[in-house]
Design a protein around this ligand. Sequence first.
Ligand code: ZN
Ligand code: ZN
Length: 654
Amino acid sequence: MWTLVQTPPLPSPPCGVQNPYSSYRRRRISIAFGHSTGNSKSIKSIPRCNYNDSIQSFCKKGQLKEALQLLSQEPNPTQHTYELLILSCSEKHSFYDALTVHRKLIDDGFEQDSFLATKLINMFSNFDSIDHARQVFDKIYNRTIFIWNAFFRALTLAGHGVEVLDLYRHMNAIGIIPSDRFTYTYVLKACVVASIPKHKEIHAHIFRHGYHTHIHIMTTLIDVYARFGSVQNATCVFSQMPQKNMVSWSAMIACYAKNGKPLEAFDVFRDMMTHVLLPNSVTMVSVVQACAALGALEQGKLLHGYIIRNGLDSILPVLSALVTMYARCGALELGRRVFDQMGKRDVVAWNSMISSYGIHGFGAKAIETFREMIRHGVSPSPISFVSVLGACSHAGLVEEGKQLFDSMWKEHKIYPSVEHYACMVDLLGRANQLEEAAIIIQDMRIEPGPKVWGSLLGSCRIHCNVELAERASRRLFELEPTNAGNYVLLADIYAEAKMWDEVKQVRKLLEAKGLRKVSGCSMIEVKRKIYSLQSVDEINIQIEQIHALLLKLSMEMKQNGMYVPDTRIVLYDLEEEEKERILLGHSEKLAVAFGLINSSKGDPIRISKNLRLCEDCHSFTKLISKYTNREILVRDINRFHHFTNGVCSCGDYW
Ligand code: ZN
Ligand code: ZN
């Protein structure tokens, strides 16, 4: 029998490079006798005419169906024909046609064509079909760096970070050294996707192979260090970059903003502006987020003005960040105004509004907004549920929260994650339904991580439940052995129960591990400048004046019977007087006094704090708002407290 036997295709050029072979048919055909292979076909099908030009022309005009009809009649399609067909399937989002093209391509002997394999992997990745991408990768012998990169990209996008790291290890083992920037970029991103901190090792490889001055790789590295909380390393990489572009400046700003260093984020932003680089929308989102973290309303308004002047006020992520910023700076109504003026709203915008109501304690409003979103045809995301359940928790809406939690899977096919369980435990725990919260944890189908146990411990702190607190902290000490906050919470609970021996034991444990309690820090904006006050502050030049004012106010309020210091929360077994002195040194009280001294009468005082507001500071600030006739807004780690005339908007529930 006469058969056609195909020789392997010629090596292909890198993707993006003009293909020198595509203009003529690459498959050379030889005639052999009696050897039938899988890729063979009958001699009868030798073409009488060449449809390649017509197929390519149909592809370019977007007529995929017509192109495919001709493909079935063309026995010898060229590489360029397949390249255009693959592109066309991607553009038309036609997965079924993509499979047809892939099958025909194999039949025509292009399976080992590395140029087309790269295109195929990218196409299947765009169709979210990692299995088909893997099939292409597995089948090819002559793997170029472009194929590796395409597959790394596909795996990273599909969330298969571990597989990327395994393959990268294999790649190193067989002696393949990345010869372009993309490999390192994808492998670094895979570390984040897999939550595996291998980035330092990869940083070393980058250095060794001379890519440490490459702007794109270094920017990705800043981003990855930021994601793993290594701000110092990110700063180091940034400072050593010989050249920086807008993306690298943005990455550094985002690194500070997301790692609790909003002041530094602002400094880098100012520095960037002196380099005459105009920020883009990505930078603005980070800067607005930093502003939100600081609670700096006046700075936020300036940024909003800048955004409008530079035409960035139609970009959804920027507007959503503004909604959140205004809410987190205590100006909920300004945030709502931005939200109302948005022409189009995506789920992120709705989530911003829902969580804004949540942190201000308007639980019913948050639920109403959540329902409004669904009426507008926007499907809730997992974050929508975190926002709305959080809002229920701050407002004590237990029944509503339970119903929403139930609806997650039943109505929206969203499977509850650890975050959602943590919200439920928080909701029940705060409402003093601690036993029910413990049952929820027991019945969880996924491993309750530190977030869930942390929520339970936090609730035990509010209701002083020693037994459950011990259970939760045992798990937390195993899961997060270096988180000082957990030890401090347990010690707080023991102190409130006057179990001083246990307090001492926990403190010893803390010291033995070399851990230190996170010190309280409050930020306040006065006349467009941001000040940070630490508990036991010795840097502030007005500290003497602040202490004197606090002492005077507390004496006066004690004398007229308004204020009784809540010394239960002081962790040490000390004299009452000493405990009172410690309480007066809390950073939020220093910030209130600083605000009273430096702002004009009638101006609200806005403070943001890095920890939960303690009971004593809460009642003290309530009284101050009445005694000095000032509106005081304090945002703690959980929510907003709006103090006016001796009352707080949280209704003492936080
Ligand atoms: Zn306090
Ligand atoms: Zn409050």
